[in-house]
Design a protein around this ligand. Structure first.
Ligand code: AP5
Ligand code: MG
Length: 216
């Protein structure tokens, strides 16, 4: 199964991706996580991406498209994948259409996760992320068992540098302007499925699972 996860910053894409990939045996490809890995490793791509990410702006399309192109050719994506945070512009979506064609694959669905803006700010400003495995927590809604420590791998939890209120608001504005038009793009292809992203994490996953079970 090949899926795209579309939704504003803080909608819960990363949180839900974990369950989807576990149950449907596919691999998550988060462009944000991949870019943060490049930054940590100090690669050329990581250095170029840094200034955009810290301001909450999008990294240029050409860098992202090249990164996705080389990533999706790896064997671990052959059983299917969930794209989390890509595409984010019409140019990226068009480049992906071309790539998936070249790879001889088809896209099964685009999941559109919907959450009101003010809740997104609350979710993001109290998010904590594991430095080692990338799992996300929320200080109030989804706290780790032990403060500051990842439940899964024992890694240290940190606050992402773009999770302060000013940058969060800019990320939300960038989403409205550059990414939201993709919803219509995929609606016109008959691939978009809207999901109410409010409520308990497990209830949201039940809504997603119901859609995906009808796809397999
Ligand atoms: P990226 O890492 O993709 O960030 P994002 O899109 O802003 O999304 P987030 O990861 O912030 O949110 P999420 O939906 O995954 O939410 P989560 O599950 O963690 O991108 C970062 C940057 O990289 C971009 O700004 C850009 O610069 C660059 N970039 C990446 N991809 C790019 C691309 N394709 N093109 C160009 N640039 C690109 O949940 C959020 C919080 O809410 C957590 O604390 C969680 O515990 C909590 N939560 C989850 N569900 C619930 C719930 N139901 N109730 C209450 N709390 C909840
Ligand atoms: Mg994420």
């Amino acid at each position: 199964m090949r899926l795209i996860f579309l939704g504003p910053p803080g909608a819960g894409k990363g949180t839900q991706a974990e369950f989807i990939c576990r149950d449907f045996n596919i691999k998550q490809l988060s462009t944000g996580d991949l870019l943060r890995y490049h930054r940590k490793e100090g690669t050329e791509l990581g250095k170029k991406a840094q200034e955009f990410m810290d301001k909450g702006e999008l990294v240029p399309d050409s860098l992202i498209i090249d990164m996705i192109r080389s990533e999706l050719k790896k064997p671990e994506y052959q059983n299917g994948y969930l794209l989390d945070g890509f595409p984010r512009t019409i140019a990226q979506a068009e480049a992906f259409d071309k790539l998936i064609n070249e790879l001889g694959q088809t896209l099964n669905a685009v999941l559109v996760l919907e959450v009101p803006t003010e809740e997104l700010v609350t979710r993001l400003t109290a998010r904590r992320t594991c430095r080692v495995c990338g799992k996300t927590y929320h200080l109030v809604y989804n706290p780790p068992k032990q403060e500051g420590i990842c439940d899964v791998c024992g890694g240290e939890l940190y606050q992402r540098s773009d999770d302060n209120e000013e940058t969060v608001r800019n990320r939300l504005a960038v989403y409205e302007k550059q990414t939201k038009p993709l919803i219509e793009y995929y609606e016109l292809k008959g691939l978009a499925y809207h999901i109410d992203g409010k409520g308990k994490i497990e209830d949201i996953y039940s809504r997603i699972k119901e859609i995906l079970q009808n796809k397999t």
